[in-house]
Design a protein around this ligand. Structure first.
Ligand code: URA
Length: 257
């Protein structure tokens, strides 16, 4: 196992307004994890950690797909269409992602798709490091609740964040590696970002080639997971005031199955 990510403390969970519960994602059932994911979605809708993004966003794009997916994709940040619709990858890059998924016999109902940032940076500027840091708590939460076996990082931002390393995507793409994200051992596959690939047709072909690694990775036996002490994982249960949630039916955005 090469990389090790920090585990969030109780204080960090509650700082971002997440309901703290005694639930351990490692031992919870799929339906318990899905409920917790829905709660995270409701809490995230009220997130105000990034002062500029709160002013300009229309939606908090939490992520969508199968809450118990074996395969998770992590892009950079919502663009204009995603911000308008509240769903990840619904523009041109999303159409390419759909096509690539279909090429390996999958669709959005089989996977969970999210981003490093949940709010659109104005004029699609790059995420600022402090925004990535603030939003990363939500991302670890999602990863540890969905518990995918394979995580595909799309582009530099997700790859650098999840590998905790500045090596660029051009060197890493298509090369799977084992990583520990939060408390979860996964196979990580860095891929070109579909939007970036659209600028360079030869990169679409490379992305298509790299996608072919995904079925192989999904067919491997699951990685062993460390025995988890729930108290170490999520912290002791505390009674924390949940952040005021914006009421919106979770199913609308999550499309949970
Ligand atoms: N690009 C991303 O990184 N994410 C989206 O959701 C859409 C475009």
């Amino acid at each position: 196992m090469i990389g090790v990510r920090r585990t969030l403390s109780t204080v960090q969970w509650t700082q971002i307004g997440l309901r703290s519960s005694a639930m351990s994602p490692a031992t919870a059932s799929a339906s318990e994890r899905r409920e917790e994911l829905r709660q995270a979605y409701r809490d995230a809708a009220a997130c105000e950690r990034c002062p500029q993004l709160v002013q300009t966003r229309h939606s908090v794009v939490f992520g969508a797909g199968n809450a118990d997916a074996d395969l998770m994709f992590i892009g950079e940040a919502p663009g204009q269409s995603e911000d308008e619709l509240g769903l990840p990858f619904v523009g041109r890059a999303g159409a390419l992602l759909d096509e690539l998924l279909s090429g390996i016999g999958l669709d959005r109902g089989d996977v969970f798709i999210t981003n490093v940032l949940m709010c659109r940076p104005p004029a699609n500027r790059d995420p600022h490091p402090n925004e990535v840091e603030r939003c990363s708590d939500w991302l670890w939460r999602k990863i540890n609740l969905v518990r995918p076996e394979v995580v595909c990082t799309l582009g530099n931002f997700a790859t650098k964040l999840l590998r905790d390393d500045q090596t660029g995507i051009t060197r890493l793409r298509g090369r799977p590696e084992e990583r520990t994200l939060g408390t979860l051992n996964v196979r990580l596959l860095p891929l070109f970002h579909p939007a970036a690939a659209l600028y360079t047709p030869s990169n679409v072909e490379l992305l298509r080639e790299d996608f072919k690694r995904i079925p192989e990775l999904l067919a491997l036996p699951p990685l062993e997971q460390a025995a988890v002490d729930p108290e170490a994982e999520l912290g002791a249960p505390v009674v924390a005031e949940p952040a005021p949630a914006v009421e919106r039916p979770p199913g609308d955005q999550l499309g949970l199955f």
